[in-house]
Design a protein around this ligand. Structure first.
Ligand SMILES: C[S@@+](CC[C@H](N)C(=O)[O-])C[C@H]1O[C@@H](n2cnc3c(N)ncnc32)[C@H](O)[C@@H]1O
Length: 252
């Protein structure tokens, strides 16, 4: 998404210091201080016009959200969206920051263990093989994410690009990461209203394009929780099968 900054845009951004962070590297290791609490921090890398991060932050006041993009015009649009979202849904903007930053240097913005979740929504696919390293799910980036995510850390990734999705699943698998809730057609059984949609997602979904999604479990605690859930689901399935068996044998 190429955008040319318009006159006065910098001033518009500087006029909203409570919401917009123009020099986010200065908060590395200090985001909790900036938010004024120790709620978990969830970040969308490449938020675009910001609908997703605005709505999520409105819905979940006990989570702090940061939307990152490298274009000032998009930060401005996202700030407008955030204001509208609050007018519609209520709440304050206290748990949302919009940061102008290049994800390539993400390790300069966050310290070890500082984040609980990273959202990658409709990241640029960089289809040419020689550009593979630029894909935000390339192992070079994922290693950086792993260092800034904490024990509950997860990456939630959505895309319309089948080739990027395949590349990403392989990238996560090659790194030995556990994946769950893998979907090749997220809205197959009707639009998922429990998951907030992004601008790109709405656009592609309306055209009938399948949306792919995966959650990647990074942190040790997140992995334990996931394994317990799998175990409980297995026990439940076994109990149901046993009940069905005993019903069959009593009928016989
Ligand atoms: C295809 S758009 C998706 C926007 C939004 N997440 C959505 O789903 O509607 C990708 C976004 O990532 C941003 N982006 C791409 N590379 C970036 C980088 N290295 N640093 C910061 N933002 C980046 C672009 O500016 C663009 O807004």
């Amino acid at each position: 998404m190429r955008l040319r900054g318009r006159k006065g845009i910098r001033e518009a951004l500087e006029a909203q210091p409570d919401l917009i962070v123009l020099d986010p590297a200065q908060y590395k290791g200090r985001w909790k201080e900036l938010f004024g609490n120790d709620h978990p921090i969830h970040v969308e890398l490449g938020m675009g016009k910001g609908r997703f991060i605005s709505q999520l932050s409105s819905l979940n006041p006990n989570v702090n959200y940061i939307g990152v993009d490298m274009y000032d015009e998009l930060i401005r649009r996202a700030s407008e969206k955030a204001q509208w979202s609050r007018e519609e849904n209520g709440g304050t903007l206290a748990n949302l920051k919009l940061a102008l930053f290049n994800i390539e240097k993400i390790e300069d913005m966050f310290d070890t263990d500082e984040l609980e979740r990273i959202y990658l929504n409709f990241s640029d696919p960089w289809p040419k093989k020689r550009h593979a390293r630029r894909r935000l799910t390339h192992s070079g980036f994922v290693h950086k994410y792993m260092s800034i995510l904490n024990r509950n850390g997860e990456i939630h990734f959505k895309t319309d690009s089948r080739s990027l999705f395949e590349f990403s699943l392989n990238s996560f698998a090659d790194m030995g990461l556990r994946m769950r809730n893998i979907s090749l057609d997220l809205h197959a059984e009707g639009t998922r209203t429990d998951l907030v949609m992004t601008e790109y997602e709405t656009k592609f979904h309306d055209k009938g394009v399948n949306i792919h999604r995966v959650e990647v479990v990074i942190g040790e605690q997140a992995l334990q929780k996931h394994l317990h859930q799998l175990e409980a689901a297995q026990k439940h399935e076994d109990a149901q099968a046993a009940a069905a068996d005993s019903e069959d044998s009593s009928e016989a």
